[in-house]
Design a protein around this ligand. Structure first.
Ligand code: GDG
Length: 483
């Protein structure tokens, strides 16, 4: 891929420097205390790895452990495997605890998902968040030059550009927010709202998942910061602060569609999907795949499924909900409580409705291997993707990509970023509306093959057109203001 900014008139960019909370590697400790390095997976790594390899780029982040271990040695092995340089930001247990679990995941995460009552506005978290953002900036400053383009990812690192500017680093810095940006009346609850907004305005380009998020951000800036001007007439808006411009755009993230479709079409996946299908005879499979998180609306989804079985009793024995919950953030008490709530609902529903030969919910609390996940995507006639709020939600896109036979219905929350693009051909629901979701399940169950196929074909086409490579190109191709 050519780097579009090579053609821009203001700067020759040497390298791309990606900065994210986590490095794209997984470190695991064996039973004998030996450490293993494995490459990270996921769409972001897939899309960025070729760009980093071609341009000799760099990825800076936390390796994900606070244990005393030869991090430089392990990360060097990771770099060799990846084909580009990885640089670790080393964190102590206290730093990881207060910056990551604390400020990032007990303050920004709930607030930005409109769940202010879940926030723990502990000032100690804020102090550590600033200190760790500064630490990231120091590692960046030590490893980059004037002509590098630094692309910072996500809510853990909102202050990095401000820290770098404080060190007089004048290179171009972009930022992409993977989660939603809240409306003004929620954002102003944040005790450090001004510091975060001002820090974000030190980036040259800020990318959001949807127009809704971008507009929320602009409204907050307009309301809380004096002497700014903005122009929202174009897809990428410009905010003008004294002496400087910032571009603010919408870049909906996506998946490596062709690769997903190719892997899903493999014989081994098809065979596995048939086995799953045979194991649940005479039923349509409804699939849920969610990280353990209150933003994903798992209890609400289970209640909607219970409502379906109560109100549409002809569906009893005809549908099975396969709910995969992927372990996440279990060090935070609220996540452990959520797990207990989910498991209580699953057993209550199964206890009430199970009949000989039919169990309404098959529940898994674990990480599945990629081929197993693809087999579930293929086997499921209905995907139930109902987050209460979500930046994008890649599961919705992956389900469609993997549905190579096009015989599937996507039920999608209108509060997922993915709804902007997929609203027309999915069944759009309000995840808080238990009966509305139940009605959508009933409708999906009864939908004709022809309607399913034509909807799924259109969904797949639109995701294929705007895949993860399109996303990288459009962010990196965005002309930046001259500093
Ligand atoms: C954040 C934002 C935004 C899930 N279970 C398994 C598994 N997965 C993979 C899926 C998918 C990913 O995890 C989950 O992605 P989401 O987009 O749904 O959600 P978040 O983790 O919350 O991500 C979100 C995203 O960033 C990107 O910008 O869309 O809104 O919250 O890729 O496939 N993978 C495997 N086994 C599993 O059991 N292998």
């Amino acid at each position: 891929m050519s780097h579009p900014r090579d053609q821009s008139n203001n700067l020759r960019v040497d390298r791309l420097v990606i900065v994210s909370n986590r490095l794209p590697i997984v470190l695991t400790k064996g039973d004998l205390g030996d450490w293993q390095v494995q490459p990270g997976s996921g769409g972001l790594v897939t899309a960025l790895a070729p760009v980093l390899r071609d341009r000799g780029g760099l990825w800076i982040g936390w390796p994900g452990t606070v244990e005393e271990v030869d991090l430089d040695g392990l990360v060097a092995i990771g770099s060799q495997d990846a084909g580009y340089i990885l640089k670790p930001v080393k964190l102590t247990a206290e730093e990881a605890n207060q910056y990551y679990f604390g400020f990032s995941n007990e303050i920004i995460w709930p607030l930005f998902h409109d769940m202010q009552s879940r926030c723990n506005f502990d000032p100690a978290y804020w102090n550590m968040y600033q200190a760790v953002n500064c630490k990231f900036a120091q590692v960046i400053a030590q490893n980059t030059g004037m002509n590098d383009y630094i692309w910072v990812h996500d809510y853990h690192l909102t202050l990095v550009a401000k820290e770098l500017r404080g060190m007089e680093l004048e290179c171009k810095i972009g930022f992409f927010l993977h989660i939603p940006f809240p409306p003004l009346d929620i954002f102003i609850k944040l005790p450090w709202r001004l510091q975060i907004l001002r820090a974000l305005l030190e980036y040259d380009l800020i990318g959001f998942q949807t127009t809704r998020d971008r507009n929320n951000f602009i409204h907050c800036v307009e309301a809380l910061i004096k002497s700014i001007r903005y122009d929202t007439r174009r897809q990428v808006s410009t905010i003008t602060v004294p002496n400087r411009e910032i571009r603010v755009g919408v870049f909906p993230i996506s998946i490596d569609f062709n690769e997903f479709a190719r892997q899903a079409a493999a014989k081994s996946v098809a065979e596995r999907a048939s086995l799953l299908y045979e194991a649940i005879p005479n039923c349509q499979i409804i699939l849920g795949v969610d990280r353990l998180d209150y933003s994903k609306g798992i209890p609400e989804k289970l209640q909607a499924f219970r409502n379906t079985l109560e109100r549409f009793d002809d569906l009893q024995g005809k549908v099975t909900l396969v709910q995969i919950v992927v372990p996440s953030r279990e060090d935070i008490p609220e996540y452990r409580e959520l797990k207990t709530e989910i498991e209580g609902l699953v057993s209550e529903i199964n206890g009430k409705f199970t009949q000989p030969g039919w169990i309404p919910i098959q529940y898994m609390f674990r990480n599945l291997e990629r081929t197993e996940l693809l087999a579930y995507y293929r086997a499921a006639e209905i995907a139930l993707v109902t987050p209460l709020k979500d930046g994008m939600n890649l599961v919705a896109k992956e389900y469609c990509a993997a549905k190579v036979d096009t015989n599937g219905v996507l039920i999608l929350s209108e509060f997922a970023g993915a709804a902007t693009q997929l609203r027309r051909n999915s069944l759009l629901v309000n995840p808080y509306d238990i009966e509305g979701v139940a009605n959508a399940i009933h409708r999906a169950y009864n939908m004709s093959r022809d309607e399913r196929r034509s909807r799924m074909r259109r969904l797949r086409k639109s995701i294929q057109k705007r895949d993860i490579f399109w996303w990288v190109d459009s962010f990196l191709g965005q002309p930046l203001p001259i500093r």
